[in-house]
Design a protein around this ligand. Structure first.
Ligand code: UD1
Ligand code: UDP
Length: 390
C-alpha cells in the first residue's frame, strides 16, 4: 500500500453513549483505544448528573455533548430526540465505526443513526437476553434491535455469544470478551486498596454502620414503577423492623418515578439511609462495606461477585443468568416476604452466605477492554476476520 493510501484510511472510532452504566462500561474501552485509533466521544446526555459523575471520575471530556436529558422524559421523546440529534453527528464526523454499549435508548438510537448513515456499528455487551420483551422494559427490545443493526458483537460470556449465533448472526463477527464493567470495577478496587483513591463516604454514614449489618439497595427498573416499587419499599421497612442490627443504605436514582415512592415510603426511618446517587468511587467503597446487596441493576449484578458480595436481584427475570447458575446471585422479584426472607437467610446462615461468595465472577476477568480494543483496531484496519490472540 502506498503512503498516500495509508493516509486515506479512516481510523476514526466514534463512541456514543448517554447514561451512567454505559459510561462506566465504555470508559475502560476508550482508555484502551486511545493512541491506537482516532477516538471521538459523543454523549447524548440521556442522563445529565449521573453521566457527568462518571465522566469526571474517568476523566473523559466528550467531543460532542447533545444535552438531551429532560425531566421525566418519556421513551417517545428521547428516542426521537436522540435519533434526530445524531443525524448531523454522523454526517459531520463520518466515523469508520460507531461503538455503542448495552441496552438503553441511546444504544438503540445510536445504532439506528449509524445504520442510516451506512456506518458500521460495534456493540459492547451484546447477546444478553430474557426473550421476554417486557422484562426488562424496554431494554430487552433495545438490545435485540441493536443486535440486528450491529456489525460487530462483543459478547461478555459464552452464553451471550450462543444467543447471537442462534439468532443467525455470523459467528465470525461475535467475540467473547468478558464484561468491561468488571475492568472498571477492578481498577477502582485496586486503587482504593492502594489508597490512591479516596472512598469519600460521609463520616456520618460510616458512623451509622458501626456494629451493624449493611444492606445496600438500588432500584430503578421501569417494569417495577408503581406497585413494584411499593412492594420493594414495604420489604425494606419490614426488614429493618424485624432486624434491629440492619442498616439499609439506598442511593436513590434521579428518576422522579423512583424518588417519589421511595422518599414517601422510606424517608423517615432512622435505620434507612436514603442518599443521592453516589459517584462511582464512593459507590464501589460502599459495595465493599455492604454485607448484602439488593438491587434490580444490571451492572451491580455483574459487579457484586467480584467483591465478593451476595446479590439478591429484585426482578422476575434476568438477562444475566450466569450469576444465578454460578450461585452468586438469586432472583427474589418484588415480593416483600421473599425479599425479607432472602436477606434474613443471608444474615443468619453463614453457610448460605459463604456459598454465595465463594465463586469466580462469571462476567469477566478484568481484561475485556483490552480484548475489545484489539478487535476494534483490527476492524478499522480492514481485517476481514479479526481474531483474539488468546
Ligand atoms: C436509563 C435506561 C436504563 C438504565 C438506566 C441506568 C432507557 C430506556 N433506560 O433508565 O436501561 O438501566 O438508565 O440508570 O434507556 N434523571 C435525572 N438526572 C440524571 C438521570 C436521570 O434527573 O442524571 C431523571 C430525569 O427526570 C429523567 C429520568 O430520570 O427524565 C429518566 O431517565 P432515563 O434515562 O429516561 O431513564 P432511566 O430510568 O434513568
Ligand atoms: N452506581 C454508581 N452510583 C450509584 C449506583 C450505582 O456509580 O449510586 C454504578 C454501579 O456500580 C454500576 C452502575 O452504576 O456500575 C449501574 O448503573 P444502573 O444501576 O443505573 O444501571 P444498570 O446497570 O441497571 O443499567
Amino acid at each position: 500500500m502506498t503512503r498516500g493510501a495509508v493516509a486515506r484510511v479512516n481510523r476514526k472510532v466514534l463512541f456514543v453513549f448517554g447514561t451512567r452504566p454505559e459510561a462506566i462500561k465504555l470508559a475502560p474501552v476508550i482508555e484502551a483505544l486511545r493512541g491506537r485509533v482516532a477516538v471521538r466521544v459523543c454523549v447524548t446526555a440521556q442522563h445529565r448528573t449521573m453521566l457527568d459523575q462518571v465522566l469526571s471520575v474517568f476523566r473523559i471530556t466528550p467531543d460532542i455533548d447533545l444535552g438531551l436529558m429532560r425531566p421525566d422524559q418519556d421513551l417517545y421523546d428521547l428516542t426521537a430526540a436522540a435519533t434526530l440529534a445524531l443525524r448531523p453527528v454522523m454526517q459531520e464526523e463520518r466515523p469508520r465505526l460507531v461503538v455503542v454499549q448495552g441496552d438503553t435508548t441511546t444504544t438503540f438510537a445510536a445504532s439506528l443513526a449509524a445504520f442510516y448513515a451506512q456506518t458500521e456499528v460495534a456493540h459492547v455487551e451484546a447477546g444478553l437476553r430474557t426473550y421476554d420483551k417486557r422484562h426488562p422494559f424496554p431494554e430487552e427490545i433495545n438490545r435485540r434491535i441493536t443486535s440486528v443493526l450491529a456489525d460487530w458483537h462483543f459478547a461478555p460470556t459464552p452464553w451471550a455469544r450462543e444467543n447471537l449465533v442462534r439468532e443467525r448472526i455470523a459467528p465470525q463477527r461475535v467475540f467473547v470478551t468478558g464484561n468491561t464493567g468488571i475492568d472498571a470495577l477492578l481498577g477502582v478496587v485496586r486503587r482504593l486498596q492502594k489508597r490512591e483513591l479516596d472512598p469519600a463516604l460521609p463520616p456520618k454514614l460510616l458512623e451509622s454502620f458501626a456494629n451493624r449489618k449493611v444492606v445496600l439497595v438500588t432500584g430503578h427498573r421501569r417494569e417495577s414503577f408503581g406497585p413494584g416499587f411499593e412492594r420493594i419499599c414495604r420489604a425494606l421497612r419490614d426488614l429493618v423492623e424485624r432486624e434491629p442490627e440492619v442498616v439499609v443504605v439506598y442511593p436513590v436514582h434521579l428518576n422522579p418515578r423512583v424518588r417519589e415512592p421511595v422518599f414517601r415510603w422510606l424517608g423517615t426511618h432512622p435505620r434507612i439511609e436514603l442518599l443521592e446517587p453516589l459517584e462511582y468511587v464512593p459507590f464501589v467503597a460502599l459495595m465493599l462495606r455492604a454485607d448484602v446487596i439488593l438491587t434490580d441493576s444490571g451492572g451491580i449484578q455483574e459487579e457484586a461477585p467480584s467483591l465478593p458480595k451476595p446479590v439478591l436481584v429484585m426482578r422476575e427475570k434476568t438477562e444475566r443468568p450466569e450469576g444465578v447458575e454460578a450461585g452468586v446471585a438469586r432472583l427474589v422479584g418484588t415480593n416483600p416476604e421473599r425479599i425479607v426472607a432472602s436477606v434474613q437467610e443471608l444474615l443468619h446462615d453463614s453457610s448460605v452466605y459463604r456459598s454465595m461468595t465463594a465463586h469466580e465472577n462469571p462476567y469477566g476477568d478484568g481484561h475485556a477492554a483490552q480484548r475489545i480494543a484489539e478487535l476494534i483496531e483490527q476492524i478499522v484496519q480492514g481485517v476481514v476476520e479479526p481474531t483474539l490472540k488468546d
